[in-house]
Design a protein around this ligand. Structure first.
Ligand code: TYD
Length: 140
């Protein structure tokens, strides 16, 4: 995997008759204190979102309905695509990872947990600037 990312296999309580429940606790299944959650839906299949990195923010992405592909990249690594197609599959993304969300299926809902309150100054939205900052960050 691209550094600072990993797949989280989320446990579930499944019942043939009543369906499935997934429970997530801060600092346990979600590996940080959760300060914010948001969700993205209604994205046309040919549209992409993201195209940014964060300086500090940690996130867990879960596609709770439908599917979406997350393209992850950073300097010196091959781009990696992670298909989120199950409500029991999470993707942890730490700081300094460039991400693009694409290929949203019809009805896809992408739920995101975040370690910090919204802060536009934590975003790196310029890819050239991202490569400069990421090279410094990963040299440490
Ligand atoms: P952005 O993170 O750029 O969306 P994406 O990466 O999915 O394309 O956010 C889109 C807009 O929503 C932007 O104007 C900032 C706003 N926003 C908030 O106000 N709070 C939040 O928690 C998030 C994630 C976004």
């Amino acid at each position: 995997m691209v550094p600072n990312t990993r797949i989280l296999e989320l446990g579930s309580f499944s019942d043939e008759q009543y369906g499935t429940l997934v429970a997530l606790e801060a600092t346990k299944e979600i590996p940080f204190e959760v300060r914010r959650a948001y969700y993205i839906y209604g994205v046309p299949e040919n549209e992409t979102r993201g195209h940014h990195s964060h300086n500090k923010l940690e996130q867990v992405l879960i596609c709770v309905s439908g599917s979406v592909t997350i393209a992850l990249s950073m300097p010196g690594e091959n781009e990696e695509e992670v298909l989120l197609d199950s409500p029991t599959k999470g993707l942890y993304i730490g700081p300094m990872v460039w991400r693009v969300m694409k290929g949203f299926s019809e009805g896809a809902v992408l739920l995101v947990f975040a370690s910090e309150y919204f802060d536009e100054s934590d975003y790196i939205r310029d890819k050239d600037m991202y490569f400069i900052k990421a090279k410094e960050y990963f040299q440490k």
